[in-house]
Every structure is written in structure tokens, then in C-alpha cells.
Design a protein around this ligand. Structure first.
Ligand SMILES: C[S@@+](CC[C@H](N)C(=O)[O-])C[C@H]1O[C@@H](n2cnc3c(N)ncnc32)[C@H](O)[C@@H]1O
Length: 392
């Protein structure tokens, strides 16, 4: 199986505006001479810096001892001669070894601190990454797949392609795609260790070993440029507080001429009959609740603008409504129950909402379930599927 991560050449660059010296790639010199140029670039950066110099190792895939000691020497020497400067090494849990390696420098030199930037990098992270979201994801994909399996070929899905599902959650979409469309390669990346563990278990239970489940940060991926015919990212731009950063990365890893496919919701447009008013009130509140945690679950109809701003052309947008009539109405009721549990049971509590609010909030979900299961009822959840082509 080919490796998906950055290999060579390495980069060591200084950005004077942000006072940031960034290392990326694989740095494995046999002797210090091979990296002399980068060492003098670091010295130069230190000379120019005032206050804090950030040393960004978020995309540093590998660094051998020769390089680590040579660069560390420069920084440690600077700590001795420049009491006016502080160094902040910014690592990522995706390259966990960097934290362990650089933490050691912080212990010997108080002017150096080490931060793991993605331990709290977006406000909704704690809800989305722990196990509470798993039941939501499981039931949602079951409902959306009925629609997406016919939609996807219009957005570049076909047999034999190389594809990546970024923010793959519990990986069920990747499994369904593999079965239905037989791509030649699937990379499935997420930043939730709990969801990935679940995904790997499911794949193992189905005897699937060729989906490359990968731990990573979608806004700083270690994946190479221009390698996928289709990059999918479902229900995730809307939960990350900087969707444009994610799109920039999706664009980067997509081949010229390939497509990026995104799905997003507009929660306030969830609907149901009977009891429409209570349902509508609750879903308007869902949108506000997510907004409180800097997530935009109203993003669906904004997809076209996001894709255009990110540089895509041939943008295609379609919307579909998941309803209680798509299959067993109980499936839809299960989705709503999972929403109620997390949105009312966890997120509203975390926001500090009073019990009367939470009770009314819950009632809207219950009414939505009532509509879904009612013999003459109708319940809907609208979704926008959109894709854009990366110019040649
Ligand atoms: C709402 S879920 C959607 C999951 C899946 N695509 C689906 O539709 O079932 C959002 C997913 O995005 C992941 N995520 C959010 N920000 C991320 C980031 N910066 N890097 C990687 N994954 C991220 C979360 O861990 C979560 O699994």
C-alpha cells in the first residue's frame, strides 16, 4: 500500500510577519552540512525576531537526531545570548513524537515552551470527538446513503479512482463507497481517536483491510498535494470554526481536474407535521446552540460560495430531503433521538441553559419523532450536497 504522508523534500521557512519558523516534511540528514542552509535560516530568523519566535513543527513528519541536535543547539545558544526572546514550539498530536522530543527542551530552558495546538483547536471539539457523537453518525449515514449513492456519480464518484474521505467520522461512508463504487484507493482521515478506533473495528469485522484510516488534522494534513481524483468531506465544514482552512486543504490534496464533494445542513429547515411549530422552534434553537460553539449548521446553502471562494470551478449544488418515508420511519426517529441526547443532554447543558429551556428544547425533538412515526405524519431533514472541480 502506498504511503500517503509527506515524504520529501523538507521545508524550513521563516515568515517574518507571524514571527514563525516552520519545519515540514522529513528531515534526515547524514551530516549537519546537509542542513547548513536551514540552520543559518533559523539563526537569521532569531536575529530578526522580537518578543516571541514560534517554531511550527505541526507538519514535521520525521526528524533524525542529527537534525534535532543541530537545530536545538541554535535555539539553546540563543536563549543564553538573548534574554529578550521566548520560543514557543507549536506541535500537533498528529506528530505526537514532536511533543515528547521538544518538551525536553522546555525542561532545560525556561525561555522555551511547547504547545500542542490541536488539543483544543475548535470550540465544539469536545462534543464532536468523544464517543457521544458516534450514535449520531451511525444513524445519520444510514439515512443519507439512500440519497447519496445516486448523487455521488454526478460529483465524480466512479470505479477505480483514488479518493479521500476527510473528517470520516466512524468511517461507515468509506465502507459503503468501497462496496458500491470500488475505488482503487480510499484514505479516510479524522481527528477523533474514538471514532477512528470504532471505524477500524467495523472494517475488521467486515474483513476490510484496504481502507487507509488515518489520524490527522484536516486543516493541516500530512497528505501530499494533488493526489486524489475525489475528496469528500461530509457534514464537517459546518462543525469546524474555520471552514475555509479545511477547504484550502481539500483543494490542495485534490488532483487538478479532480473534484471536492461536501455535504452540509441547514438545521433550522428541519420540519415536520403535525406539531410543526414546536419542531421549528427547536431546530431554530439548534442552529443558535451550534452558533454558540462557533459551528455553522446553517452552512448548506452557503456551499456554492465557499467552493467558489476556495478557487473551484464547475460547481454543482443539489439538495435532498431525508424523510420518514425513505425507509423504516423508526430509522429517522433514531436519528432524532441521537440528536436530542447530544444537543439537549450535553450541549445545552454545557451552555448553561435553564431546565425550562431544555425541556421545551427536548419537546421539539419529541414532536419531530411523533411526526416521523405518525401514520399520516411527515418529517424531514434537508441536506446540501455540492462539489467543485479543481482547475487544471
Ligand atoms: C459531524 S462529524 C461527520 C463525520 C462523517 N463525515 C459523517 O458524515 O458521518 C464531523 C467529523 O469531523 C471531524 N473533524 C472535525 N474537525 C476536524 C479536523 N480539523 N481534522 C480532522 N477531523 C475533524 C470530527 O472528529 C468528526 O468525526
Amino acid at each position: 500500500m502506498s504511503t500517503a504522508i509527506l515524504s520529501a523534500p523538507f521545508q524550513a521557512e521563516f515568515d517574518a510577519n507571524s514571527q514563525e519558523f516552520a519545519f515540514a516534511g522529513v528531515i534526515r540528514p547524514r551530516s549537519v552540512d546537509e542542513i547548513a542552509h536551514s540552520i543559518s535560516a533559523l539563526r537569521h530568523a532569531i536575529e530578526q525576531a522580537r518578543g516571541v519566535l514560534y517554531i511550527n513543527v505541526k507538519r514535521l513528519a520525521q526528524m533524525n537526531n542529527t537534525a534535532f541536535h543541530a537545530f536545538s543547539r541554535v535555539v539553546l545558544d540563543a536563549c543564553r545570548t538573548r534574554s529578550d526572546i521566548r520560543f514557543v514550539v507549536v506541535t500537533s498530536s498528529v506528530v505526537g513524537w514532536t511533543e515528547r522530543m521538544f518538551r525536553h527542551l522546555g525542561k532545560i530552558e525556561p525561555q522555551i515552551t511547547v504547545e500542542v495546538y490541536d488539543s483544543k483547536f475548535y470550540p465544539g471539539q469536545s462534543f464532536v470527538e468523544d464517543t457521544s457523537f458516534i450514535p449520531i453518525l451511525r444513524t445519520q449515514t444510514k439515512m443519507t446513503w439512500r440519497h447519496e449513492r445516486t448523487i455521488l456519480p454526478r460529483h465524480g464518484m466512479r470505479a477505480g479512482i483514488h479518493m479521500a474521505d476527510i473528517c470520516c467520522g466512524i468511517g461507515d461512508f468509506a465502507v459503503l463507497v468501497r462496496k458500491e463504487f470500488q475505488p482503487a484507493r480510499i484514505v479516510a482521515l479524522d481527528h477523533s481517536k474514538a471514532s477512528l478506533a470504532y471505524a477500524r473495528d467495523v472494517a475488521a469485522n467486515f474483513g476490510i483491510s484496504d481502507i487507509e484510516y488515518t489520524y490527522g488534522d484536516a486543516s493541516e494534513m500530512l497528505l501530499e498535494d494533488n493526489q486524489f481524483d475525489l475528496v469528500t468531506c461530509r457534514h464537517s465544514l459546518q462543525i469546524f470554526n474555520q471552514p475555509d482552512l479545511l477547504l484550502k486543504e481539500l483543494y490542495r490534496i485534490c488532483k487538478p481536474g479532480g473534484r471536492v464533494y461536501i455535504t452540509n445542513e441547514k438545521n433550522s429547515h428541519c420540519l415536520g407535521e403535525p406539531r410543526s411549530q414546536s419542531i421549528q422552534w427547536t431546530y431554530n434553537e439548534v442552529a443558535k446552540l451550534f452558533g454558540h460553539f462557533e459551528m455553522d449548521v446553517e452552512l448548506g446553502p452557503k456551499s456554492r460560495r465557499y467552493l467558489a471562494d476556495a478557487g473551484f470551478n464547475d460547481i454543482r449544488v443539489e439538495s435532498f430531503m431525508v424523510t420518514n418515508l425513505d425507509g423504516d420511519p423508526q430509522d429517522f426517529a433514531d436519528v432524532i433521538t441521537a440528536w436530542e441526547n447530544v444537543y439537549a443532554g450535553e450541549m445545552a447543558v454545557k451552555r448553561g441553559d435553564p431546565p425550562e429551556f431544555i425541556e421545551r428544547f427536548r419537546q421539539g425533538f419529541r414532536d419531530h419523532i411523533f411526526a416521523a412515526l405518525h401514520p399520516k405524519g411527515y418529517a424531514g431533514w434537508p441536506i446540501w450536497a455540492a462539489s467543485g472541480r479543481k482547475p487544471l
